[in-house]
Design a protein around this ligand. Structure first.
Ligand code: PLP
Length: 374
């Protein structure tokens, strides 16, 4: 490939001395588990996001699971989740013996369709998991209003949207992950704030809940070898925390670079007969984890392989909605149940976007895409 979908190597090169030093410090002190960098990072991330409490854990999937355990969701209860998202969100629901209740998404912003939310709520509904897909916030004002009215918990899956800001109608601005009962995120290497392995975190403003989430992530113990509740073992290791301490300082620059790339793509494809550029949500900034277009009247696979042949990688996030996945067949949904999710799976294409994209590379991507249609 001439250009890369995500260029973690160039990103590292620019911060190499800081990162190498941070890693070396951990090795020198051999505090591989729960070293001081772990706490330092959760404090720094709390300050950055405005969340009162940040609880680190092993990855973004664990964060979702621990959040549901911490909120006391009981087997048999239902959790509403978009049909168009990464599988992790639904997976932990199923693993805990809960029932995923899928909801369709909006064809504009790809976020869960809040106008359908009330029709999905039953007496067994325990929670809603809005996913801030591709980097912008779901319609949190509407979701939170409905959740409060029905006494339902909200877990924001912020794995793709760390740093995105949402503005409420009263002017209050809050960061993705800090509006619901719990927010969860992932530090998977290619995420907007990625470490060099696995990592994750939960956000909450509730002190008691924060303590509980921390306990669950740590074998249900408050004091070493005293276990109050059934927990799991899910840690952010010190090396990853040390790397994240460095990278968090660059996150605003990373977001700005992603937005610059997105703006250039917008300009290049606005009004294109076959390419629909992403719609910006009214109340949210965009962290552009992905720049995802919708293709109209063109064979996506043909375009994808044409581009690949010219050294331009693209990805399909996601080719199959959750209700059509083999693993969730038992829920009884069929093709046609979530028409927007199904249609998006056929139309979406994510273009290369990353923090060190050169103007030359981006121009090459744009002209290569244009050449397909000429
Ligand atoms: C990446 C991702 C996750 C899972 O994060 P991991 O750290 O890989 O477990 C969950 N939800 C969404 C929307 C994601 O993009």
């Amino acid at each position: 490939m001439r250009v890369q979908m995500v260029d973690l190597r160039s990103q590292y090169d620019l911060i190499k001395s800081e990162v190498d030093q941070a890693i070396q410090e951990v090795i020198d002190t051999t505090a591989f588990i729960n070293g001081p960098q772990v706490k330092e990072f959760s404090n720094a991330l709390a300050a950055y996001t405005g969340a009162k409490y940040v609880i680190n854990c092993g990855n973004g999937t664990d964060a979702l699971q621990i959040a549901m355990m911490g909120l006391d969701f009981q087997p048999g209860q239902e959790v509403i989740v978009p049909a168009f998202t990464y599988v992790a969100t639904a997976e932990v629901i199923a693993l805990l013996g809960l029932k995923p209740v899928f909801i369709d998404v909006l064809p504009t912003t790809f976020e869960l369709d809040n106008t359908q939310l009330e029709s999905k709520i039953s007496s067994r509904t325990a929670g809603i998991v809005p996913v801030h897909l591709y980097g912008q916030c779901s319609n949190m004002e509407a979701i939170l209003e409905i959740a409060r009215r029905y006494h339902i918990k909200v877990i924001e899956d912020t794995a793709q949207a760390i740093g995105a800001k949402y503005t409420f109608s009263d002017g209050t601005v809050r960061q993705a992950g800090t509006m619901g009962d719990v927010g969860t995120t992932s530090f998977f290497p290619s995420k907007n704030l990625g470490c060099y392995g696995d990592g994750g975190a939960m956000f909450t403003n509730d002190e008691k809940l924060a303590e509980k989430l921390h306990m669950i992530a740590n074998h249900g113990q408050k004091k070493k070898y005293h276990h109050h509740i059934v927990g799991v073992n899910s840690r952010l290791d010190t090396l990853q925390a040390a790397i994240l301490n460095v990278k968090l300082q660059h996150l605003d620059r990373y977001s700005a670079s992603r937005n610059e790339v997105a703006d250039k793509y917008d300009e290049a494809f606005a009004g294109h007969a076959h390419i629909k550029i992403p719609v910006r949500a009214a109340n949210s900034t965009h962290a552009f984890h992905q720049y995802t277009v919708q293709l109209e009247g063109v064979d996506r696979d043909e375009l994808k392989s044409y581009l690949a042949g010219k050294g331009v990688p693209t990805m399909v996030y996601y080719p199959l909605p959750l209700h059509q996945q083999e693993a969730y067949k038992n829920l009884g949904f069929v093709k046609g149940d979530f028409p927007v999710a199904e249609s998006l799976c056929e139309k979406v294409l994510s273009l290369p976007i990353h923090t060190e994209m050169s103007a030359d590379d981006q121009e090459y991507i744009i002209s290569t895409i244009h050449s397909f249609f000429n």
